[in-house]
Every structure is written in C-alpha cells, then in structure tokens.
Design a protein around this ligand. Structure first.
Ligand SMILES: C[S@@+](CC[C@H](N)C(=O)[O-])C[C@H]1O[C@@H](n2cnc3c(N)ncnc32)[C@H](O)[C@@H]1O
Length: 164
C-alpha cells in the first residue's frame, strides 16, 4: 500500500470512528478531550458533530490555523504527560469522550507513550465515557468495543469506561 493510500485510510478510519464514538456518548454528559490538536482536523470535525459540547484540546506546540485554534480556556498548551493529570479544575467535569491522536508510526514510541498515558486516562473520564485511540491502551475495568467494520484491524481502538 502506498503512503498516500495509507494516509487516506488512516484519516477515513479516524473520521468513521470519531463519528461512531460521538453517537455512543449521546447519554454521557461531559466535555471532549482532544489529545493532539495538530492542525485541528479532528478537533474541527468533533466541533461540527457535537456543537453543544465543550472541547478541550491539548498540544505542546501551536501549528493549527489561527481560525481553528480553540480559545485560551479550551487550549491546554504543554506536555500532556504533565498537563492531563492537572487539567481538572480548568475542564470542570469528567470527559465523555477522549480522542488520543498523539501516536506515531513508530511502535517503540507508541509503547513508551502508552506506558505514561494509560494511567492518566481513567481519572479524567466520566462513567460510561468513551476513549478513541490510535494505539491500544491498558485501561483496567474498561470494555474494548468493536470498531465499525469499515476500519482495518489494529488501526484504531475504542474503549468504554465502566458505568460506575
Ligand atoms: C498526529 S498530530 C494530531 C493531529 C490532529 N488530531 C489533527 O487532526 O489535525 C499529533 C499532535 O500531538 C502533539 N503531541 C504529541 N505528543 C505530545 C505530548 N506528549 N504532549 C503534547 N502534545 C503532543 C504533536 O505536537 C502533534 O501536534
């Protein structure tokens, strides 16, 4: 598969899974956390799918087009490893949806990120909240949900927090 085909498949899978996840959280109150604002493609898509939700976006750099940047309250600038555990007072509620897009094509990098990120996820999540992630995570007590059939195996992963 060419790099272009792979890129198109990745973004298509991301779009399908985000749309699926937003449907799953219809009855779960709370904001959305976007880990990895990047150029704000997925942020903007989630904004259009869930205009009633607050979305807090995390990144350690600003590369998004200025007209797509969240306002200062909703943009949490810095290393997620340092900010995620301490964003509660700003976010003000547990998250209904977390979209983790800080993975890379490098499995070693993903393994290292997974090791520090996974323990920070459950404290941020609402009961019944959904985590969409580009790499698998060990989230004790969470259910791993099936992805829609159009998505290739191991491309994206979706987990649901216990209802409490
Ligand atoms: C693949 S891009 C995100 C793409 C974005 N979701 C979009 O649709 O445009 C990953 C982003 O995560 C950010 N990132 C990666 N690791 C990070 C970390 N440990 N802390 C904060 N930001 C991080 C990078 O700076 C980059 O902007």
């Amino acid at each position: 598969m060419s790099r272009l085909d792979s890129f198109i498949r990745r973004l298509t899978a991301q779009k399908i899974l985000i749309e699926h996840a937003v449907g799953l959280i219809a009855d779960v109150p709370g904001p959305i956390l976007e880990l990895g604002l990047g150029v704000a493609r997925t942020y903007d898509h989630m904004r259009s799918l869930a205009p009633e939700r607050e979305i807090f976006a995390f990144d350690n750099v600003i590369v998004a087009p200025i007209d797509l940047l969240p306002d200062a309250h909703h943009f949490i600038l810095g290393e997620i490893r340092e900010t995620l555990a301490f964003c509660g007072p700003r976010v003000g509620a547990k998250a209904a949806l977390m979209h983790n897009d800080i993975g890379s094509g490098d499995e070693i990098h993903n393994a290292a990120t997974r090791a520090w990120l996974a323990p920070l996820v459950p404290p941020a999540m609402a009961p019944g909240g959904v985590v969409v992630t580009s790499f698998e995570m060990d989230l004790p007590g969470y259910s791993k949900l099936p992805v829609p059939p159009e998505i290739g195996r191991n491309r994206y992963h979706i987990y649901r927090a216990p209802r409490g």
